[in-house]
Design a protein around this ligand. Structure first.
Ligand SMILES: Cc1ncc(COP(=O)(O)O)c(C=O)c1O
Length: 398
């Protein structure tokens, strides 16, 4: 190729190294969206002196940009903590905690109603690395206490538990772990940072780490996957940062932007979805063949008294149990018959969702109910439209 065929001319240099500098001091409501793998240093001395762990400067896109630092601070505020680390999904945040804090020979405790993939991570990857786990019944403090051993290093708590929605006595679970000198990580995805203060549970008790799937309420649109881990403890945060750096897990600036955009409305959305969900749940309570409504804010639901002791609000998420004598095919037909409710995993977005679960497959011997379970996530549609939709689909079961 001759020089004259070169596709690149000095125009490219001018476009890459353009000397226009926009005026400083731009003000707007939304923080800037900074995108970078490479961060530019003014000179070699600065490059050499920069510590990637310091939040006083920037080193590499993976370790933080003004956008991710801003998001981290806002999430720390949401949870009532001090430090925050971002992960590319809620499950990624759970993995970061486990990898940061556990080593070969350690044991961790998981509630028997833990988010399924978290249990699967313990059963597969953690086991492969010589880290054992035990399941405890979060509604039975004796089973919980008995699960501790000399090797227990970390306890995960979820409130309420995934799918079956039992709300445990959080303070008691934390107190017992404290007495054993064991760290407590709390999956606060359901609480969203709105329903309860996990670092301040009362009586001087609080969790050590608060993890959230930002995928749910903090993003709120059903279009982002992200997770966070917040702590008040500097040493714990250092361990999380090291795991994050060694794993190389980062989040994209556009996703961070979406969460930043949604956070100011989280309280409004959370409380609106809570209100709608309680109306729908109360209506379902009166509708055969629904035998149980598993919503921690409803009197009579498993752990309702603990919900009342710890929470001001509830997520727009609950499950129903349908008459066990119904054939599963008819329960599937009920779910297929829903029109406004879409079938899909995840929750907390504007669209209401339903998912049927087989309790025996989900919990095996630990299933507390007989029958078919359908979980609902209530979105932002008008409640009367949702009830009308459920009503027409339930008729298929009668
Ligand atoms: C309680 C809970 N924790 C963690 C997660 C994981 O979040 P992600 O889907 O962002 O990995 C979920 C997702 O459904 C969840 O329900």
């Amino acid at each position: 190729m001759s020089d004259s065929d070169d596709p690149i001319t000095p125009l490219s240099t001018q476009l890459i190294h353009h000397d226009y500098e926009p005026p400083a001091g731009f003000g707007s409501m939304q923080p800037g969206v900074f995108k970078a793998s490479t961060v530019i240093f003014p000179d070699v001395a600065t490059l050499r002196a920069r510590d990637w762990r310091s939040r006083a400067g920037y080193t590499y896109g993976l370790h933080g940009t003004p956008t991710t630092f801003t998001l981290e601070q806002r999430l720390a505020t949401l949870e009532g903590g001090t430090y925050c680390s971002l992960a590319p999904s809620g499950l990624g945040a759970i993995a970061t905690v486990n990898i940061a804090l556990l080593k070969q020979g350690d044991e961790l405790l998981l509630p028997d109603n833990v988010y399924g993939p978290s249990r699967e991570m313990a059963r597969s990857l953690l086991a492969q690395w010589g880290i054992a786990h035990k399941l405890y019944d979060p509604m039975d403090l004796r089973s919980y206490e008995a699960a501790f051993s000399e090797r227990t290093r970390l306890v995960w708590i979820e409130a309420p538990g995934s799918i079956t929605m039992e709300f445990p006595d959080l303070r008691a679970l934390v107190r017992i772990a404290r007495q054993r000198g064991t760290l407590v990580a709390f999956d606060n995805t359901w609480g969203g940072g709105v329903a309860l203060r996990a670092f301040d549970l009362g009586e001087g008790l609080g969790v050590d780490l608060c993890m959230q799937a930002l995928t749910k309420y903090p993003s709120g649109g059903g279009d982002v996957l992200m997770g966070s881990v917040v702590t008040r403890d500097r040493a714990l945060n250092e361990k999380l940062l090291m795991a994050h750096m060694r794993l190389g897990t980062g989040v994209g600036a556009n996703d961070a932007e979406l969460v930043l955009r949604s956070l100011p409305s989280i309280e409004l959305r959370y409380r609106a979805q809570d209100r709608s969900a309680r109306r729908v749940a109360n209506w379902l309570k009166t509708q055969p063949p629904v035998t149980h409504v598993l919503h921690p804010a409803l009197p009579g639901a498993p752990g309702h008294e603990h919900w009342a002791a710890h929470c001001t609000d509830a997520a727009g998420l609950f499950s129903i149990i349908l008459d066990p004598t119904l054939p599963s095919a008819r329960v599937d037909a009920f779910c297929d018959g829903l029109k406004r409710f879409k079938l899909g995993y995840s929750w907390a977005g504007p669209v209401s969702l339903a998912v049927p679960y087989d309790l025996k497959i989900l919990r095996g011997g630990a299933a507390r109910h007989d029958g078919h379970l359908v979980r609902f996530s209530i979105g932002l549609e008008a409640v009367d439209d949702l009830i009308a939709d459920l009503d027409q689909a339930l008729r298929l079961l009668r």
